[in-house]
Ligand binder design. Structure first.
Ligand code: VGL
Ligand code: ZN
Length: 214
């Protein structure tokens, strides 16, 4: 296990450290990545093993963030019916999170209370909550997330959700690139594991990039 308990000081919480846990304040945001039915419900088309287990863990973080004046943002995978992201159009994924369908809805038990950033509404592709790619030109297009965070003077982000090896990883890495301090809660993520070990490798990759594992 890649649990890094007690390393929170690295993340810039010198005065409010809680060992192995996150403290929130007005400069800190929880980023809840893609906790949607297609990933988090066993009936979902791209069900992430044990995906539903993150919901109560994330709800507890949402309550902690709210209690301490932190911010909460949500991302949602939001695809058109046809996209190069899907196997049906040459991609690698089963059809999932098609906009305005049950699969794209947040898990019914997730507490949703904050801005939602939908990725791919204009047919863009990509995993990160911060950036998307135009599938034809491969041009990188920012989402609204970095701007919304900077508008609120947020310096630190805590990334949780689905899936560790795709959207969680990409969001954490892009958060670092955008200049935020980034933490990832390892008990609040689950992985697709197309190849066994992908989730663990993703955690090692983000840690190597300076993301603090909590
Ligand atoms: C994701 C695969 C395809 C994710 C999205 O949210 O991690 N994974 N689309
Ligand atoms: Zn997707």
């Amino acid at each position: 296990m890649l649990l890094a308990i007690g390393r929170w000081r690295l993340f810039g919480f010198d005065t409010m450290e809680r060992v192995g846990a996150v403290s929130y304040d007005s400069a800190t945001a929880l980023i809840v990545v893609d906790v949607q039915n297609d990933f988090a419900d066993p009936k979902g088309s791209l069900y992430v093993n044990s995906g539903e287990e993150v919901v109560p863990v994330i709800n507890a973080e949402i309550e902690a963030a709210k209690a301490d004046g932190g911010h909460i943002f949500y991302t949602a995978d939001w695809h058109p019916e046809s996209t190069p992201h899907f196997q049906t159009d040459g991609g690698i994924w089963p059809v999932h999170c098609v906009g305005d369908t049950w699969g794209a809805e947040f898990h019914p038990d997730l507490v949703v209370d904050g801005p939602v950033i939908r990725k791919g509404t204009n047919g863009e592709d990509g995993y990160s909550g911060f950036t998307m790619q135009n599938p034809e030109t491969m041009e990188t297009i920012p989402t609204r997330l970095a701007e919304l965070l900077r508008d609120r003077r947020i310096e630190r982000i805590v990334v949780v959700g689905l899936a560790t090896d795709y959207c969680v990883k990409a969001t954490a890495l892009d958060g670092k690139t955008a200049g935020f301090n980034v933490a990832l809660m390892t008990d609040a993520v689950r992985s697709v594991d197309l190849t066994p070990g992908d989730g663990q490798r993703a955690l090692a990759d983000v840690e190597a990039a300076g993301v603090v594992l909590v």
